[in-house]
Structures are given as structure tokens and as C-alpha cells.
Design a protein around this ligand. Structure first.
Ligand SMILES: CC(C)(COP(=O)(O)OP(=O)(O)OC[C@H]1O[C@@H](n2cnc3c(N)ncnc32)[C@H](O)[C@@H]1OP(=O)(O)O)[C@@H](O)C(=O)NCCC(=O)NCCS
Length: 191
């Protein structure tokens, strides 16, 4: 049990990765100890980045994300954080990614956010790889995300990771990226 929102994630889930600059960081399941660091991370995100993530610059959506960390959605939700510290929540959180099961299916929806001041160091890419590894471990067959069409960076990263870009039911301006995990390229090995 790793705490609310993550009890299906093994406590030992941790990926030791290096940034593009060679800096070691950890990607691990979000725990209650991350609360303050996550609030700080959201406060450090620009309106433009909040809109790319939540399709709204309102703080309501971000507050909802934070509340999930402490609500019991363990059967459906996985949350991963990337941080430099060995002790969970002691330092900054550079980014967070979530995987939410579509009820009654083997499909999960992902979402990801890197704090604005920590972009371009490879955290987003490594979080996505860790998320796909976790999705495989949980035996999901499909993973998808809804992305604003203007979010060129995210779309390029998704393509590099093997996602296909399709039309979304969410309407104009939004596309769906999805990947079938069977036969997909291996994500990085976990501990
Ligand atoms: C989109 C977002 C998640 C990207 O995260 P990031 O940490 O800034 O991005 P990264 O540094 O990992 O870089 C991604 C880029 O590197 C590539 N990349 C990074 N590490 C790599 C590696 N080890 N090997 C190969 N490619 C790599 C990616 O394809 C992409 O290319 P670019 O630098 O040429 O643009 C981040 O900018 C963000 O949170 N944006 C706001 C919220 C959002 O858009 N969320 C997505 C909607 S769900």
C-alpha cells in the first residue's frame, strides 16, 4: 500500500533515471508525503501550461488533481511523480503523470504535467516511459490521452513513444493519441 490513489501501485515502484544532462532523478508512486510538493508544483505552472494539461486555466482542475492524491481511487488510478530526492516529497516535484482505468475495460487514459520551470530536461519523456511500463505491469492493453491540437511538443513526444494520433470525440481542437501495448516497443526497465 503506497497511500491513497496508489494502492495498486507496488510500494517498490521506482524508476531511477537520468535527465538529458545526466542528473539522477527518481520516478515513483505518489504518496501523501508529496502533498506540499505537489501544491508547490502546480503553483509553479504557467497559465499556458495549465491550459495544455487541463484545457482550462482555472485552478479548479488543478485542485481536483491534487484532491485525487488523497482520495481513494486506488482501483482505477495510478499517479507517478518525478523528484530528485530519495525521501518522498522532501524536495521539489518536477512532474506528475496519471493513468486512469476506463471502468470495465483494459484501457487507461493518461495525463501528464511537468512544472513550467522544469521543462526541457527530459522529465516528460521519462515520465511517459515510466507510465507505459506501469501500464504494461498492470496489463492494460490500450493507453490513450486527449491532447490539444496546438500542443505540438506533446504530440511529437507521443509519436516518438509509438502513439498514433487520431480524431477525438472531444471535438475540434483536440486529438486523441493512443497506443496498443501488446507488441509495442519496450519501455525502460523498472527496479
Ligand atoms: C508536454 C510536456 C509533458 C513535455 O515535458 P518536458 O519535460 O518539457 O519535455 P522533455 O524535456 O521530456 O522533452 C520532450 C522532448 O524531448 C524528446 N526527448 C526527451 N528525452 C528523450 C530521450 N531520452 N530520448 C529521445 N527523445 C527524448 C521528446 O520527443 C521531445 O522533443 P524536443 O525536445 O525536440 O521538443 C511538458 O512540456 C508539459 O507538462 N506541458 C504542459 C502540460 C501538457 O502539455 N500536458 C500534456 C497534455 S496531457
Amino acid at each position: 500500500m503506497t497511500g491513497p490513489g496508489n494502492s495498486d501501485v507496488n510500494d517498490s515502484v521506482a524508476f531511477e533515471i537520468r535527465t538529458r544532462e545526466g542528473k539522477p532523478v527518481l520516478i515513483r508512486a505518489v504518496r501523501p508525503e508529496h502533498r506540499d510538493a505537489l501544491i508547490d508544483m502546480v503553483a509553479d505552472c504557467s497559465s499556458a501550461d495549465l491550459r495544455l494539461r487541463f484545457f482550462s486555466t482555472s485552478n479548479v482542475a488543478a485542485a481536483d488533481l491534487l484532491s485525487r492524491v488523497f482520495s481513494d481511487r486506488s482501483d482505477t488510478e495510478t499517479l507517478l511523480a518525478v523528484e530528485p530526492e530519495a525521501v518522498p516529497g522532501r524536495g521539489v516535484v518536477y512532474g506528475i503523470a496519471q493513468l486512469v482505468r476506463i471502468p470495465g475495460t483494459d484501457t487507461a487514459e493518461f495525463a501528464i504535467m511537468v512544472r513550467s520551470s522544469a521543462k526541457d530536461h527530459g522529465f516528460g519523456y521519462e515520465l511517459m516511459r515510466a507510465l507505459l511500463t506501469e501500464a504494461r505491469r498492470r496489463r492494460f492493453k490500450h493507453v490513450f490521452g486527449e491532447v490539444l491540437q496546438e500542443n505540438v511538443r506533446m504530440l511529437q513526444m507521443a509519436r516518438e513513444l509509438g502513439f498514433a494520433v487520431r480524431r477525438s470525440d472531444m471535438g475540434a481542437g483536440v486529438v486523441r493519441v493512443d497506443i496498443a501495448l501488446e507488441g509495442a516497443a519496450e519501455a525502460p526497465k523498472s527496479e
